[in-house]
Structure formats: C-alpha cells, structure tokens
Ligand binder design. Sequence first.
Ligand code: SF4
Length: 355
Amino acid sequence: MRIEKRLRDILDRASAGLSPGRADCAYLLSFDENAAESYEMRSVAARLVRGANDNSAIILGQIGLEAAPCPGNCGFCSFGKGHTQFQKSRIDDETFISKLNDFCKDGDLYGLYLMSMHEYDLDFFLDKARLARKLAPATTQILSNVGDTDADGFKEMKKAGITGVYHVSRIGEGDVTDLDPKRRLQTMQNALDAGLQIFSCLEPIGPEHSIEELVENMFIGIDLGCTQHAAMRREPVPGTPLENKGQISNLRLGQIVATVALATLSLPSMTYMGVHEPSEIGYVSGANVVTAETGVNPRDAAADTAHGRGMDMAACRRMLLDCGFRYIRRGDESKIALADTAATDDSVKRYSPRP
Ligand code: SF4
C-alpha cells in the first residue's frame, strides 16, 4: 500500500516516541476517513497504544447523581434548561449503593465517575464521594464529573477520596452553550492545583466542525498535561437544538481517536485513551477505555441510561474481548486476564485471544 511520505514520517516518529504537533495533527485529520492513510494511522495508533501497556484496557463506570434543567443550556445535552424534559431529581442512598455494587462486585472496575450538573450541591456530592470511597474496592478510583468548581471545592473532593476529574471546554463553548470557556479552562487548572488528575476529551464532534477547531480543542487537554484523553462524537439527542445537525461516522471518529492517541503518546502524564460512544472501530484505532453508565446521562433522553444508550459491565468486557485486548487493569494498575473476568461465558472464553 502506498501512503504519503509525510504520513510515513509522522508514524515513524510516533513509533520512536515523538508525537505529532498541531500542524501534523491537522494533516492527519485532513484525509478522508476511507483513504489508505486513514486506515494506516488507525492501525499504527492501536499498535503503539497496545504495545505500550501489554495490550490492556480499562473499564470506567459512571453514576448520575442528580438531574435538573441545567443553566449550561448546552445545545447537545438532554439537560439544557431551554429544552429539557427532565425534572429535578436526586439519587437516593439505596439506589446509589445498588448501582455501585453492580459496578464493583467483580473487582475489575478501574474508576467510578460520580456525575452531576453544571450547578450542583457540593455537600451532597462529597457525601456520595465518601460513601463510594468507603464501599468500593481500594483498587477502584473514585472520580468526579461535575460543573465548574473552584480549587477549594476540588481540595474537599480530594479529601473525600476523589483522584481525578473529567472536565473539558467543549467545541463551540460559549456559542452552543451558555457557559464561559475561560471558566471551563480555569476549572481544569483548579483541579490540577488541588492535586487532582485531569481527564480530557475532544468533544462533542459534529460534521460541521473544522479541522482547526478539532486541533485547537484536542490540545487543551494535552497542553494541561491530562492523564486521560478521549474523542467523542455528538449524539443526536432527541429534543436538543443540535439534534438535526448530523453526526460523523464511527470510522471518522476512529481517525480522530487515532490522531489524539498519536498526539498524546509522548505526553508523560498520559495513561489511557477513550472513545464515546464505545465502538469497536475506536478500539482498533488507539482507544483503550470503555465506560459503563447508569442513571442520568447528558447524551441520553432516557431517565436511566442503563435502559437506553449506556452499556453495563458485562457488555464492556465483551466489547474489549471482541476487540482483542488481553488484560483489563484495575485502578492500581494491577492486571486481570480479560478472558478470566466475570460475565464472559464459556463460549467467549473458548474463542478468546491467547498469548
Ligand atoms: S452538558 Fe453539562 S453543563 Fe451542559 S447542559 Fe448538560 S449537564 Fe449542563
């Protein structure tokens, strides 16, 4: 297969541990998703990511704690106050504990996100974080996915057992949302200042976004020294203002995943690479994080995403196994052979990848 020399040079440098910068990332994203170059970059990214960590992936879980019409009013989110059908609600302890046990009972969850809205009750969140830290195995990290927060709030989260924070400044922040991009960025810095890790994502990607917008957004997390990065395509959530704006293909998303994976290979803080929604193409393009979700979810109009878009733990393990990963890692980086995990039935074990 003949591919452009510039691409060959970029991939050779990546194989030697030198990640592409902004200009080379723009070049990688300039190819059609079906070009030979795109297939090549997806496969090289997957090979390098897997080669760097013994072909391991991780499973994250997420529990939505609260739902409300949200002042963030994001045009892609089911909770935006201008269009949401959700009423104010809050998870009770019994449901929270039941969901946490579902995620953690087999001891192979890397990290558990606790998710709330842009405006949230910090005391309620800290109460749930402490409960999660008490009940979850020590090998499962407790993570936060909430709105803009100051450094003191994050310091309290750290005391409650939180180790990492998902936070991003989205593509079009301030235009398709009612939030201030500067405040979103300051929140990421606040988390770092409080001693927490930053989990970033290039999101939510739609077909109208330019290559320049994608590159600028993906380098926010890179420049801040994120611990995880990811790429997410925009879902056409029913009833949201951006519902009819269209959607990129999973093949294009895989190309974007590959670009972010290559761009973060030499980032010392980087550990794992995600793709949303989880897809096999993403996992053969450099992603190695899958997220199981339950409760409310901004990308789902269902009140409990476990009955809608969300995947459970068994489905996550199955997808990783199907994609040829050999191990999953717990939050302390210890490994479990994926074929030996719970919820893989005998037929899956029989045909699972072996060394
Ligand atoms: S994405 Fe977050 S900030 Fe935006 S409307 Fe939804 S919950 Fe609010």
